[in-house]
Design a protein around this ligand. Structure first.
Ligand code: NAD
Ligand code: IPM
Ligand code: MN
Length: 351
């Protein structure tokens, strides 16, 4: 099959990892009879400096006809974060109904967890993060500044549609995996949205009698991601809690540079988007040492979503193979001294 993929490298290390990963994706595609056409858009903070906007006015319309989007990262040290985020990544997730964010946190063979005693294969968590609402819902920015009694209100929104969609996606995955699902909320303090969420989990669970549901509050869940990461399997959480837990999951399984992510429209009416969990990494940008593996693994999730299982497994396996080889190049986040390019070139050789 043939696919049109939009590339949005973005800012900072985004272009470094996307430009390194794309030839690896191409090689995996070619070896598995998949035809990929890519179109690269330089939308990001440089464009904002030049023109005042992160993307053209019809940017979302232009993306709508692609089969998928591969995203790098946005965020620039000289710009308040809400500009690049509200100007590019968040509108894509919302406009294209990408309610389901799927984020695996897997400890590969050959990768050292900063936690004691865990070895490759011991940690295999799959987080389902609601991706369009909660605290990220744009409900009117009520901010009153400059008055004696200044106030800023940041509300959270939970709709039945999105909550059912993410919860159902998590139950489906739990059915295919170990039959265990952890539902993470903060129902003790957030009595409206989170109790609504818990009620929906209880309702949907009746359709999945074989899945056993554990409930954790997000503070305790964060502790347990560190204390007993090996005991988690599928986890479902709201947008903000899923965001936070997946950074914890990334570092517990070795590095931010290894964590991939899929932003999926479960209705398949719009393109889904694939991106590393990490951001534009101001501290290492321009050095050429960002780990490209999270982006390559995101490419694997993309092919899996497109129904190209052979190309998806080829990418996942080649990353696993490289990580398990102690003589293979590694970027500094994994304790090595190799460049982004050296890691990508080695992957292409293995394919
Ligand atoms: P970050 O993920 O960019 O970096 C956190 C830490 O992880 C840094 O020490 C960084 O060097 C390291 N790291 C991240 N990716 C790496 C990689 N591929 N290889 C090696 N090390 C890596 O998070 P931050 O510093 O909080 O955010 C920086 C900017 O990125 C901010 O503007 C933030 O808003 C933005 N951001 C964007 C996205 C996105 O576009 N999806 C995601 C997260 C953060
Ligand atoms: C992520 C990022 C984004 C999020 C930011 C950049 C808006 O942290 O994809 O994890 O919070 O969703
Ligand atoms: Mn995040």
């Amino acid at each position: 099959m043939s696919y049109d993929i939009a590339l949005l490298p973005g800012d900072g290390i985004g272009p470094t990892v996307v430009d390194a990963a794309v030839p690896v994706l191409d090689a995996a595609a070619a070896a598995n009879d998949v035809d990929v056409e890519t179109t690269r858009y330089d939308w990001g903070t440089q464009r904002y400096f030049d023109t005042g906007a992160m993307m053209p006015e019809d940017g979302l319309d232009r993306l709508a006809s692609f089969d998928a989007i591969l995203f790098g990262a946005v965020g620039h040290p000289d710009v308040p974060d809400h500009i690049p985020l509200d100007g590019l990544i968040l509108p894509i997730r919302k406009r294209f109904d990408q309610t389901v964010c799927r984020r695996p946190a897997v400890l590969f063979d050959g990768v050292r967890s900063p936690l004691r005693a865990y070895e490759g294969g011991d940690i295999d968590i799959l987080v389902f993060r609601e991706n369009t609402e909660g605290e990220y819902a744009d409900v009117g920015g009520r901010e009153h500044r400059g008055f004696a009694n200044e106030v800023a209100v940041q509300s959270a929104v939970y709709t039945r549609r999105s909550t059912e969609r993410i919860v159902r996606a998590a139950f489906e995955a739990a059915t295919e995996r170990s039959g265990h699902l952890t539902n993470v909320t903060k129902s003790n303090a957030q009595a409206h949205g989170m109790v609504f969420w818990d009620d929906i989990v209880a309702e949907v669970s009746e359709e999945y009698p074989d899945v056993d549901v554990e409930r954790l509050l997000v503070d305790a869940a964060s502790m347990d991601f560190v204390r007993r990461p090996d005991e988690f399997d599928v986890v479902v959480a709201s947008n903000l809690f899923g965001d936070i837990l997946t950074d914890v999951g990334a570092i517990v399984t070795g590095s931010m540079g290894l964590a991939p992510s899929a932003n999926i429209d479960p209705g398949n009416d719009h393109p889904s988007m694939f991106e590393p969990v990490h951001g534009s990494a101001f501290d290492i940008m321009g050095e050429g040492v960002a780990n490209p593996l999270a982006t390559v693994l995101s490419g694997s999730l993309m092919f899996d979503h497109l129904g190209e299982e052979a190309a998806a497994s080829a990418l996942w396996d080649v990353v696993a193979d490289q990580l398990a080889d102690e003589n293979a190049p590694r970027t500094p986040d994994l304790g090595g001294d190799s460049t982004t390019e050296a890691v990508a070139t080695d992957l292409r050789g293995r394919l």
